[in-house]
Design a protein around this ligand. Structure first.
Ligand code: PFF
Length: 446
């Protein structure tokens, strides 16, 4: 059964909604600490390389498959390229489950921090006490689960509200606000005493810190941040009218997402140095432990703090919505499930998988699977394996199975000029598969 397709009202509506999926915890919670752990400047350079070399082309490929088929991922791959390719969509659905399960845990933390800014729990500049606040929250058993459940319920609520109404409206209104607050916080962070060293760390590539792992981390982060490699972008493409200039819209989304990640680095890393913390020492808690000191050092700090965590929660929500939407659409499209039932069922399963992910920071912190906590395992499986693999297969599908057909479709049969369509196809056929393949193999086996 196929669902009636609503379309994005306007070009800016589409860009904002797709950027709403892309811009989320990946940019603001994850990017700064992954960059810190992987050498700062060198990581930034390799990250940007991954975005330019693979990211943009594969975003275009995914949007195109969606737009051509006007279907959800599994059906879309089957329809445009044949039965076997639907496996790529299937892997995407599994990946969405995995990501959502740990995403809601961090989404829960942002809600908690929003409340902390109100009750004054964060009013300190001392990094030891800020670390304590974070470990007390995340190391607890029940409270993080309650927050994760609240976050999951919010996500399910938006998904039930339908495409046009819920997501588009919220994203259009709040994304620009998040951007402004980010700029203000960057301005404060880079002017803190001692921040200069952090800026240097972030902007000076030190290649002695680069290893195979840096590449794995960069490509995983690029795919995660762009919501790429699991069908989320494909689903957005299926709502995109044919007369939209797809390459231009895709470029806008990629630029926005990358800009916000880079800014988040400027917000967190200099402040981290100013607080005397080692880069890479804060792990998943970095953003949460560093930012309160920035708020504290500004007039009206609690107001900024509250607004920041509120907007971060909303940004996380729009991203999580696109994850749940991918899963729900699959059950509705493929099995004729009711939207309500599919939403409730998927949300419940994700929450259940999220329980051990949350407990990874407390009760289950000693439980290691393949040397990783459950939370880190979910993150590793999705970011470092299934997303890049999904992207690689999407590149092969559009590059080889569709080939010239893709070139015609991306230019809407000659109505839109895409002067570098040949380069795009070359990237999909050779550059992306070889590059991503190499990174995947060296990451897994060496
Ligand atoms: N791109 C989101 C972020 O950066 O937070 C995470 C994400 C959302 C990944 C949706 C994948 C996805 F399908």
């Amino acid at each position: 059964m196929s669902v009636a397709r609503e379309s994005w009202g306007t070009r800016i509506g589409f860009i904002m909604a797709a950027a709403g999926s892309a811009v989320g915890l990946g940019n603001i919670w994850k990017f700064p600490y992954v960059a810190g752990e992987n050498g700062g400047g060198a990581f930034l350079l390799i990250y940007i390389g991954c975005i330019v070399l693979f990211g943009l082309s594969i975003v275009m490929a995914e949007l195109l498959v969606g737009r051509m088929a006007q279907r959800t991922p599994v059906a879309a791959f089957r329809e445009v390229a044949g039965r076997g390719w639907s496996l790529v969509g299937g892997m995407g659905v599994v990946t969405a489950f995995i990501i959502l399960s740990f995403y809601i845990v961090v989404g829960g933390w942002t809600i908690a921090y929003m409340l902390y800014t109100v009750d004054g729990a964060l009013a300190s500049t001392d990094s030891a006490s800020l670390e304590r606040v974070f470990t007390e929250l995340t190391g607890g058993t029940w409270m993080p689960l309650v927050y994760a459940a609240v976050f999951m319920a919010l996500v399910a609520g938006v998904v039930l509200g339908g495409v046009g109404k819920g997501i588009e409206r919220a994203a259009k209104l709040l994304m620009p606000l998040l951007f402004v607050i980010l700029l203000v916080l960057v301005a404060r962070s880079v002017t803190l005493p001692g921040a200069g060293e952090g800026i240097a760390f972030y902007l000076t590539p030190d290649f002695s810190r680069v290893s195979g792992e840096t590449f794995t981390a960069a490509i995983g982060q690029a795919f995660f941040s762009l919501s790429l490699g699991m069908g989320a972008m494909l689903t957005y493409g299926s709502y995109m009218p044919r007369d939209h200039n797809l390459p231009a819209d895709a470029t806008a989304v990629v630029v926005l997402d990358t800009l916000i990640a880079i800014l988040a680095g400027f917000m967190v890393l200099p402040a981290m140095f100013a607080a005397g913390m080692e880069p890479g020492s804060g792990g998943a808690g970095t953003t949460f432990m560093v930012l309160p000191a920035v708020f504290d050092a500004m007039p009206g700090g609690p107001i900024f703090g509250f607004s920041f965590f509120l907007l971060l929660t909303v940004a996380a929500l729009t991203s999580a919505v696109s994850l749940l939407e991918t899963v729900v659409c699959y059950f509705v499209d493929e099995y004729g499930a009711s939207r309500r039932g599919a939403t409730a069922g998927s949300a419940l399963v994700c929450f259940l998988i999220g329980i051990p992910a949350s407990l990874s920071f407390g009760l289950m912190s000693d439980v290691k699977i393949f040397g990783r906590t459950f939370f880190n395992l979910l993150d590793f499986l999705s970011s470092s394996i299934t997303l890049p693999l999904g992207g690689l297969l999407t590149a092969l599908c559009v590059g080889w199975a569709l080939g010239p057909r893709a070139i015609r479709a991306i230019g809407n049969d000659g109505r839109i000029a895409v002067p570098w369509a040949g380069v795009w196809l070359f990237v999909l056929r050779f550059v992306a598969p070889i590059g991503i393949g190499w990174i995947l193999i060296q990451g897994l086996f060496f």
